[in-house]
Structure formats: C-alpha cells, structure tokens
Design a protein around this ligand. Structure first.
Ligand code: SF4
Length: 324
C-alpha cells in the first residue's frame, strides 16, 4: 500500500477524488518539503486555476483566476511570492509587490497570447488609431502593459471597456475575447490577432457532440474560446465565474470548455457534480510542478525582475484596472 505521511494525510483526503493514491505517493515528499520551505522563507504560493490539483489544493496559499491573483497579490504579507502560473502572472505579482522577491519556477512558462504582441506593435496601433484608448488583457508582458491605458482580465473586460466612456477602444491581444466583449456592448472594439492556443481549439461542433452524448449537460465556456463556441454555450465567463456558476447552480453534469486542470480543481469542491472533461492542456501552465516549486524555494530561482521605467507605467495600467 502507498505511504501517506501523517502531515500530508489530511491533504490527501481533500484531493482523493482526483488524484489516485498511487500517484499521491510520488507527491508526498515534495509537498512536505514545500510546506516546510514556505515556513522557513516566509513565502506564499499563488496558484492559477489551471494548476494541477496537487499544487492547487495542497501547497498553494492563494488560488484563483488572473484577476483574483492580481488583487490578492496586493495584500500579500510575505517576503517571497512563488507564482504557480505563467510568466506574465509573475510579472504582474512583481509589479504589485516591487519590494518582494517574486519567483517563477520555470522561466519558459510562457503564453501564446503574451507572445502574440510586442510593445512596438502597441505603439504602431496607437499611431494608426490616434487617441483611441488601449485596453490590454493581463495575459501580456510588462513591456506591453506599459504601453497601455488600462489592463483587463476576462472577468472584468466588459466593465473596463464601459468604464472608459468612449465610443471606440483598442483591445489587445486576444481576438476572441475582444469579439466576445464586442457582442455585449455598443462600444466599437478594434482587436489584435492573438489567440490562446488552448481555447482556440474548442469548436461549436464539440458542443453539439457533447449535447448529443450527454443530454441535459450544462456547458460553460471561457471567453477566450471562439465566438461561435461562446454563442452555443449555456454560460460564458472567466475561470472564477465558471467556478461560481457550478457552486450556485450545482448542475448534475457539466463541462468546462477551458484548460483541463480547472475541472479537477472545481470537482474537488463539488463531489455531487459529474464533470465531463474534453481535455485541452496548456503546455505552459504544465511546466510548473511540485519539483520545480521546491527547487525555486530551495535555490531562490528564478527571480523576476522588471526594468523600473517599464514597471512604473505597467503598474499604473494594472492598478487602474483594479479600481474599476
Ligand atoms: S491557457 Fe492560454 S491564455 Fe492561459 S497561459 Fe495557456 S496559452 Fe496563455
């Protein structure tokens, strides 16, 4: 029988529905080491909803979507922040905590959206559309945020656009998020051509097949999905909004059209709900593991730094969003 060490036993109870006991035995040593290292270093771990359950439920102190992590990062009382997420999230945490050490366990944990646009691209958009405000999704580099008027997340994008009280905005870089927001407002939205490599793979045909195979199923889609997917879903919202939807409606069977681990993490909280999992993994999120979180804390790597001139302007765009 696989060993469950005493300090980890209560944690295993929490995740037993989504982590087989045999797999758990591989995680136990790293989990115990990380819990000790957090105490020694006065560190906290911020984990995105797309992290695997052994990270999300067993070592993270703060969990949520990009907006929640950004908000909670502002109130962190610790010397060290480890980001279990991708690089732009680590940069956002650093922007909001310039005096703290922010670590990202794998420097190559990127994002197809963040990689789709540069600061120079934003400057060119501004030249092309003078005096049109630039709303930038948080899934971008600090350098791109620094060229923006305000940031947004998938959870607050509509509110941010409305808050500007202008007839036209530039919304970067997610083409699908921009189109999905445009469908909900009279504000004209000028989009970029970036896409999330995970969400762009879902199709309206997937939804029809799911409805046929599972009559009565509730289908929730992330707004980074193509507009035809959002149009056919029962509900569209950020990962936090999807999680809230499941908690409020308790559907008998549900599918979350988003990254795979999200279903596992929400399933832990709702044993009565049957989750159907059409699995699209984010290879960048999956670069973060218990092993490299442990190494990050043991060896203080990789320290996130941002050019102070870039940081000052990028912080302004992020903080402006937090007060909408
Ligand atoms: S899921 Fe998509 S948007 Fe999120 S980090 Fe991965 S590639 Fe980027």
């Amino acid at each position: 029988m696989s060993a469950v060490l005493p300090s980890s036993a209560s944690l295993y109870d929490r995740v037993r529905r989504v982590i087989p006991r045999i797999e758990w035995s591989v995680f136990v040593e790293d989990i115990d080491a990380i819990l000790n290292l957090k105490r020694q270093r006065n560190a906290v771990i911020l984990a995105h909803n797309y992290q695997t359950p052994e990270i999300f439920h067993c070592v993270a102190d703060i969990v949520g979507d990009s907006l929640a992590l950004a908000r909670k990062a502002m109130t962190v009382d610790a010397d060290v922040i480890v980001i279990a997420g991708v690089h732009f999230m680590a940069e956002t945490a650093k922007l909001l905590n310039p005096d703290k050490t922010v670590l990202i366990p794998d420097l190559n944990a990127g994002c197809s959206l963040a990689d789709s646009i540069t600061a120079e691209d934003v400057r060119l958009m501004r030249q092309r559309y003078p005096s049109v405000p630039v709303v930038t999704y948080v899934n971008t580099s600090a350098a791109v945020k620094a060229e923006s008027d305000i940031c947004c997340t998938s959870g607050n994008a509509l509110a941010v656009v409305k808050s500007l009280r202008v007839p036209r905005v530039i919304m970067l870089p997610d083409e699908y998020l921009a189109k999905n927001i445009a469908a909900q407002t009279k504000v004209e939205i000028i989009a970029w051509k970036g896409r999330c490599e995970v969400h762009e793979r879902f199709t309206a045909a997937d939804i029809r097949e799911l409805r046929e195979a599972h009559p009565g199923i509730s289908i929730l889609a992330h707004p980074e999905c193509p507009p035809e997917v959002v149009a056919e879903a029962d509900f569209a919202g950020s990962t936090a909004a999807m999680s809230d939807y499941v908690a409020r409606h308790r559907p008998a069977r549900v599918v979350l059209m988003t990254e795979c681990s999200m279903s596992d993490n929400v399933a832990v909280e709702h044993p009565e709900v049957d989750f159907v999992r059409p699995c699209n993994l984010c290879p960048h999120m999956k670069r973060i593991t218990l092993a490299n979180i442990r190494t990050a804390l043991e060896e203080n790597r990789h320290v996130v730094t941002i050019d102070p001139h870039v940081a000052e302007r990028a912080r302004w765009a992020v903080e402006r969003m937090l007060f909408v």
